[in-house]
Design a protein around this ligand. Structure first.
Ligand code: HEM
Length: 215
């Protein structure tokens, strides 16, 4: 499986499939927030317009650039571009976490304490993982750098993957699914994405021990 996902097209397709709904939603909000055309369900978030807009911009960039940063062929052949887009990815990730925490603290929540606690914890974990990834890159510790960036991506995007289930429910019911069972599904999917990220990190490490020449 690791070999399949080390090929660019399956890797990009798999990550894009899991994350296209939150990334598209964030990109749509980037246009809607300045136009004042936010749907009624989300109007309460416009009370903190800067954090809301930054969150949407950062989410779009983080979600779009993440899969590309993990493509080995792009890293190998376009190293300078990888470093440039990597800086944008890190800034977007930090902006995503800080604006997410600002939304959490400044807007009255409609979620349960469980989801709000997860958002607070994972927002801080995202900043920590990105910091450790940058420190490793500066130390030219490539494997450690890759491991922390995979973890950061899983923590940042993990919450969004549940949209594959919840978005169709929203379309059918006409209102966003809320309540304890929804939040358990969101946090459960988030933890699953983080566990999968960790699994990939470990598989890549053992693959690398067996084939040390692989980048
Ligand atoms: C650790 C990561 C993240 C944290 C802590 C976080 C936190 C939050 C919080 C607290 C809200 C407000 C929720 C509400 O009260 O309705 C929110 C909304 C939102 N988030 Fe995130 N978020 C994270 C990751 C992401 C990612 C990766 C994306 C996109 C790819 C994203 C896109 C959005 C969008 C578009 C909204 C607004 C939804 C709407 O307009 O109703 N978030 N986020």
């Amino acid at each position: 499986m690791i070999r399949v996902f080390s090929r660019p097209i399956p890797l990009i397709l798999a990550l894009a499939f899991c994350t296209f709904i939150p990334v598209m939603l964030a990109a749509v909000r980037v246009v809607q927030i300045p136009l004042g055309a936010v749907p009624e369900d989300s109007l309460r978030l416009t009370s903190v317009p800067t954090a809301y807009f930054l969150h949407a911009v950062a989410g779009s960039l983080f979600g779009f650039l993440g899969p590309l940063q993990f493509v080995r062929a792009l890293r190998r052949h376009f190293g300078t571009l990888h470093r440039l887009t990597g800086r944008i990815f890190v800034l977007a990730g930090v902006g995503l976490a800080l604006s997410g925490l600002a939304l959490l603290l400044q807007v009255e929540s409609i979620a349960t304490g469980l989801l709000d606690a997860a958002r607070g914890v994972f927002g801080l974990v995202l900043i920590a993982a990105l910091t450790l990834g940058v420190v490793a890159a500066r130390a030219h510790a490539t494997l450690r750098h890759r491991a922390w960036m995979i973890r950061a991506y899983a923590v940042g995007m993990g919450q969004g993957t549940v949209a594959l289930i919840l978005f169709p429910v929203y379309l059918i019911n006409g209102e966003p699914p809320t309540g304890l069972s929804t939040d358990i599904a969101v946090v459960g999917t988030w933890l699953l994405a983080i566990a999968m990220g960790e699994w990939v990190v470990r598989r890549l490490a053992s693959f690398n021990r067996r084939s040390p020449s692989a980048p």
